[in-house]
Design a protein around this ligand. Structure first.
Ligand code: FAD
Length: 322
């Protein structure tokens, strides 16, 4: 039996769903699962980590780790790895994961597969699948001649079962590494949205050029409020300056895999599909019955988005008792 180390991300003391996916997948492999959690809230998630499959949790509780700093996180991650000595390390392909783990891999001479959508762990071996060419084909990656294999998984790709309240983990407080830093994060200015980030969202309502003008995003926001969804966008409307780049879904935006993706006035260009075709249910609303998005959609509605979306919002309000 080997050891799988999971880098567990948390926000304000709550484990992210993407980290729960990884803990449960690691536990299913039959290996020993160790979670690493950073930041002053690290102690708040040890119970949840145990209930989701970790046998041991390494907490590094330094408040300096509340904000991502590449040098600081790399030094601390390497320090935890040197203690835990895992054969496999799992982390989310989040912005933090994608910045941090190539650095860790380079430091330790580890193998790394990023942006993966499938994971198969058998003993000490792992095979990960990742999409190539905007999802047109898939590569299976296995590792040779490396004692540490790092896999970064996209969020919402693995199933999550209810946590097992009867399980718990032993907790090891690990002293924080304090390297001399060449860079210092002075401030992070957060967006005003209280909604979940697109990459974590379970329901996304996304708008494209078919909405005609920026002000019409209001109809999407109204629908999103009723559904508890996050609003996304195509690149055409980001480039037009209607919404911020943080909302862009696609090859040069965010990759999402929600349970429900509602594409409104979006044609379905290959670069957009590259970012959302992993969604479980896709609903397309477009006034052109031949729009390519309908080839990917589970359900399609042909018609004017500005008439249909407000009607959907009203119906969902009634159905969900708002
Ligand atoms: C290198 C590269 C990278 C790219 N990366 C991305 C990316 O990350 N994400 C991305 O989205 N795109 C990306 N693109 C751009 C992509 O090719 C498309 O141009 C873009 O996705 C089109 O956006 P759209 O669907 O909103 O606009 P359009 O293609 O103009 O489609 C608008 C749709 O709205 C429909 N419509 C019009 N009026 C209505 C109405 N009243 N009601 C309902 N429907 C209506 C039309 O029938 C049409 O299908 C990239 C392109 C390149 C070359």
């Amino acid at each position: 039996m080997g050891t799988v180390l999971v880098f567990a991300e948390q926000t304000n003391g709550k484990l992210k769903r993407s980290s729960i996916e990884l803990l449960q997948a690691a536990a299913k492999s039959g290996n020993k699962v160790v979670a690493a959690v950073f930041g002053s809230h690290a102690g708040d998630v040890t119970a949840a980590a145990g209930q989701n499959g970790a046998a041991e949790v390494y907490t590094v509780k330094d408040g300096a780790l509340d904000q991502y700093n590449p040098e600081l996180f790399t030094a601390n991650m390497v320090s935890v790895i040197e203690n835990v000595k895992p054969s496999i390390l799992l982390a989310s392909a989040s912005s933090t994961g994608k910045d941090l783990f190539p650095r860790v891999a380079a430091r330790l001479g580890a193998g790394i597969a990023s942006d993966c959508t499938e994971l198969n762990i058998s003993g000490d071996n792992v095979v990960a699948t990742k999409p190539l060419y905007s999802g047109k084909c898939f590569a299976k990656t296995s590792f040779e001649n490396c004692s540490l294999k790092i896999v970064l998984m996209r969020a919402n790709q693995l199933p999550v079962a209810p946590a097992d309240a009867g399980k718990s983990a032993t907790v090891t407080d690990h002293a924080a590494a304090k390297p001399d830093l060449k860079t210092l994060i002075k401030e992070i200015v957060k967006g005003t949205s209280e909604k979940l980030d697109l990459t974590e969202a379970n329901v996304i309502v996304s708008g494209g050029r078919g909405l005609k003008e920026a002000a019409n995003f209001k109809v999407l926001n109204d629908l999103a409020d009723v559904l508890g969804a996050t609003v996304g966008a195509s690149r055409a409307v980001v480039d037009a300056g209607w919404v911020s780049h943080g909302m862009q879904v696609g090859q040069t935006g965010k990759t999402v895999a929600p349970s429900l993706y509602i594409a409104v006035g979006i044609s379905g260009a290959i670069q957009h599909l590259a970012g959302m075709s992993g969604s479980k249910v896709i609903v397309a609303i477009n006034n052109d019955a031949n729009a390519p998005i309908f080839q990917k959609a589970t359900y399609g509605i042909v018609g004017d988005a500005l008439e249909i979306v407000p009607k959907l919002t009203e119906e969902f309000k009634k159905a969900l008792h708002h």
